[in-house]
Design a protein around this ligand. Structure first.
Ligand code: HPA
Length: 273
C-alpha cells in the first residue's frame, strides 16, 4: 500500500509541476464519450505513459490521456480513457487516476459510462442521471490498509451521488431540451454482457442500468470527499424479454451519439457550479 501511495504522490507531483491551473473539476470519459474533449480550452495533454506510475489503458475506443484545460471559468481535468476491471487491472489501478485527482485538489467528479437499460421504459440513445448504485463487482478499491490521510476506514455511502449536482443536471437537461432518465446503476465485472437470467435478477434488485465501470471510481471519490455526478448513456436494451445479441461496436456507436448530449449537460452543470 505504501508503494501505491508513493506512486500516486509521484504522479500528482509530476502533474503539479507542469500544470499551471490545478483543476477543481475532474471528468471521466467513458467508452465513446470523448466529445467534451473537443471543447476544452487551452488543453494540455499528458498520455498516461508519460505520467510516472500511471497504468496504461487497452480498451477499444479509449485514448488514454489526461487533458487539463478550461471549461467556461472552471479549471478541469478530463480523463480520456478509463481503466476497467475486466482488463485485468486491480481495483487500486482502476482508481489510481481518482487518487491523483484528489491530490491535485479536485472537488467535483463527473463520471460517464455506457450501460444497458434494464428499465423496460428506457429508450437507447438517452442519458440516465445516476442517482445511486449497486456494487456487484465483488471487490472494492478500499479493501486493504486504509490510507488515513486520504479518507476514513468506513466511509459513509448514504449520498453517493450529490443531490445538488443531480438537481443541476436535471435543470441543465431541461435547458438543453434533452430527455434524461434518472436511476440506479449496477456495476458488474464483465467482460461478457449479461445473460437473460442475470438481467432479470439485476432488475429485481432495483437497478435501472447495468455496466462495467464507474462504481470503483465513485467509491474512491466519496472516500476522498469529492462530490460526484454520474451520467450513463443507455446504449442498448438489457431487458430479458427482448434481448438481442449485442456487440461492443454497437455499444460504442450509440455511446458516441449519446455523448454529445451528455457533454452539453456537463458543460451546463459546470457553468452553474
Ligand atoms: N451490459 C453491461 N455493460 C454494458 C452494456 C450492457 O448491456 N451496455 C453497455 N455497457
Amino acid at each position: 500500500m505504501n508503494e501505491y501511495v508513493q506512486k500516486v504522490k509521484a504522479a500528482a507531483e509530476f502533474l503539479k509541476a507542469k500544470v499551471g491551473n490545478l483543476p477543481e473539476v475532474g471528468v471521466v470519459l467513458g467508452s465513446g464519450l470523448g466529445k467534451i474533449a473537443d471543447v476544452l480550452q487551452e488543453p494540455q495533454r499528458f498520455h498516461y505513459s508519460e505520467i510516472p506510475g500511471f497504468p496504461v489503458s487497452t480498451a477499444p475506443g479509449h485514448k488514454g490521456e489526461l487533458i487539463f484545460g478550461k471549461l467556461g471559468k472552471k479549471n478541469v481535468v478530463l480523463m480520456n480513457g478509463r481503466f476497467h476491471y475486466y482488463e485485468g487491472y486491480s481495483m487500486q489501478e482502476v482508481t489510481f487516476p481518482i487518487r491523483v485527482m484528489q491530490l491535485l485538489g479536485v472537488k467535483y467528479l463527473f463520471v460517464t459510462n455506457a450501460s444497458g437499460g434494464l428499465n423496460p421504459v428506457f429508450d437507447v440513445g438517452k442519458p440516465m442521471i445516476i442517482t445511486d448504485h449497486i456494487n456487484f463487482m465483488h471487490d472494492n478499491p478500499l479493501r486493504g490498509p486504509n490510507v488515513e490521510e486520504w479518507g476514513p476506514r468506513f466511509p459513509d455511502m448514504s449520498v453517493p451521488y450529490d443531490r445538488e449536482l443531480i438537481k443541476l443536471a436535471k435543470m441543465a437537461a431541461q435547458e438543453e431540451k434533452i430527455d434524461v432518465y434518472a436511476g440506479v446503476y449496477v456495476a458488474v465485472t464483465g467482460p461478457n454482457f449479461e445473460t437473460p437470467a442475470e438481467l432479470k435478477m439485476f432488475r429485481n434488485l432495483g437497478a435501472d442500468a447495468v455496466g462495467m465501470s464507474t462504481v470503483p471510481e465513485v467509491i474512491v471519490a466519496r472516500h476522498a470527499g469529492i462530490k460526484v455526478l454520474g451520467l450513463s448513456a443507455i446504449t442498448d436494451r438489457a431487458v430479458p424479454e427482448d434481448l438481442k445479441p449485442l456487440s461492443a461496436e454497437e455499444v460504442l456507436e450509440v455511446a458516441e451519439k449519446t455523448g454529445e448530449k451528455m457533454a452539453r449537460i456537463i458543460l451546463r452543470v459546470i457553468e452553474h457550479l
